[in-house]
Design a protein around this ligand. Structure first.
Ligand code: ADP
Length: 428
């Protein structure tokens, strides 16, 4: 048959098993050419045989590998998009057996919308032009169910560079897609919640600000009438009446302090802080002078000539709170020793520490004391409003700094703030 074909058309080519002298087989590529004399009469045949056993084994191994892959659908298309091969992964992912799908067009895998919109042709076009197509999208299984796929399409060329078909690798990444969608959904919900919380916070702050404001008038009335009562009727009061009057006054003083602190705290988030160079030593001295502490009671340490970039009124508030706490939270009968140390910190910051020899703070309380109304002691032991450190924290953070506390309970606390250092050698 081979010789007949070669004599009829001049050439015959084939691949197949051939047998050696010793009976072993090899995979041969065979080309038979007809040889004719001048008159055109057939005189014989030329035959070239190549042993392609090695290549054949490699190809078969490769095919078996591809066919056995279960996690990826690996299949090939001819140049028009008709399926020409099908592996186990393709069957698992798409639901068709090789018999059912080989010979059919690959647009079967697309949703009706995508197929109508010309997606399949576009995919092959892109692969042809760019040498590669990569994408994600919904695909349809044999049973009509959908899955989210990740697809890579690569063109296959013949020796002359013409596209003869395509190889396609598809993965089912529905789980990953679902995870991503869920994540996005969560992120969105979180954003909505955050926005809501921010709004509520702002409303709450505005509310407490206006309430504090409104409380001031009745408070002044209470204080005014308590004074009037004492002036006009004081001499007639017995001890009990005087005691009641004192209670009214100290309660109203406490309340006006609370209102003042709340207003200060609210104002701190509302006002714009104009930052400039501030001299630490001068600020501390004026704080000590204005409070009943006295400048001589503070021990200054370190490089007090450093300057920071801060909003001066806020910085004064911060130090006033820290220094009054340092003197307040002391064991009865102990002489307060309060040191203020200034030093260079990392990242262009200056650290100012207020160090006391007071009662100290247990580790588990060190974070919450910076929140509004968080106090660790009764009014009788240590009076206060519980707003001071909240003002410190918000103030420092609004000035671009940070704040913290170290403490040895029973031996003292160190409250530190870090603020941006002013450029050195520059006048304020
Ligand atoms: P207040 O001083 O009005 O109670 P703060 O917000 O200033 O409110 O302080 C909150 C709490 O932190 C205080 O009640 C106290 O328990 C604790 N605290 C603050 N400063 C010190 C300090 N220097 N030593 C020990 N405890 C402190």
């Amino acid at each position: 048959m081979e010789l007949r074909v070669a004599s009829e058309v001049g050439r015959f080519e084939d691949e197949g098993w051939r047998v050696r002298k010793d009976g072993s087989r090899f995979w041969a590529n065979v080309v038979i050419t007809a040889i004719r004399n001048k008159e055109g009469r057939l005189v014989g045949f030329g035959k070239i045989t190549r042993d392609l056993t090695e290549r054949r084994i490699a190809e078969q191994r490769y095919r078996m590998l591809v066919e056995g892959v279960k996690d990826y659908a690996i299949y090939s298309l001819d140049k028009d998009g008709t399926v020409t091969s099908w592996n186990a992964g393709a069957q698992r992912i798409k639901g068709y057996t090789a018999d059912e799908i080989v010979g059919k067009h690959f647009s079967n895998f697309y949703t009706a919308e995508d197929a109508e919109a010309g997606m399949p042709a576009r995919v092959l076009d892109t692969a042809r032009k760019e040498g590669h197509f990569e994408g994600e999208g919904w695909r349809v299984r044999k049973d009509g169910s959908r899955f989210w796929s990740s697809v890579v399409v690569t063109p296959i060329h013949d020796d002359e560079g013409n596209v003869t078909g395509f190889s396609k690798v598809t993965r089912d990444i529905t789980d990953r897609k679902k995870l991503m969608d869920d994540l996005q959904q969560h992120a969105h919900e979180l954003e909505v919640q955050m926005a809501e919380r921010e709004r509520t916070n702002a409303e709450l702050e505005a509310f407490s600000y206006s309430v504090s404001h409104d409380l001031r008038a009745p408070l002044r009335a209470i204080e005014g009438f308590a004074s009037a009562l004492e002036e006009d009727y004081g001499p007639q009061f017995d001890e009990t009446a005087k005691d009641y009057l004192n209670q009214i006054r100290s309660a109203s003083i406490r309340m006006s302090r609370l209102v003042q602190d709340l207003l200060a705290y609210g104002r701190l988030s509302r006002i714009e802080l104009v930052m400039r160079q501030v001299d630490i030593q001068a600020t501390l001295e004026s704080v000590a002078r204005e409070s009943n502490v006295g400048a001589s009671a503070l021990i200054f340490e370190g490089d007090m000539y450093r300057k920071v970039i801060a909003h001066e009124p806020t910085l004064i508030q911060v130090f006033a709170n820290l220094i009054s706490n340092a003197f307040k939270f002391q064991k009865r009968g102990t002489k307060a020793i309060v040191v203020v140390r200034t030093e260079k910190a990392e990242e262009g910051l200056v650290r100012i520490s207020v160090i006391d020899n007071g009662i100290g703070i247990a580790p588990q309380h060190r974070e919450k004391i910076f929140k509004v109304f968080e106090r660790l002691h009764g009014m009788d032991e240590f009076p206060g409003t519980g707003i001071g450190l909240a003002i410190v924290k918000r103030g420092v953070e609004r000035m671009g700094g940070r704040v913290g506390v170290d403490s040895v309970p029973g031996h003292g606390s160190t409250f530190w703030v870090e603020l941006p250092a002013a450029p050195e050698g520059q006048a304020s």
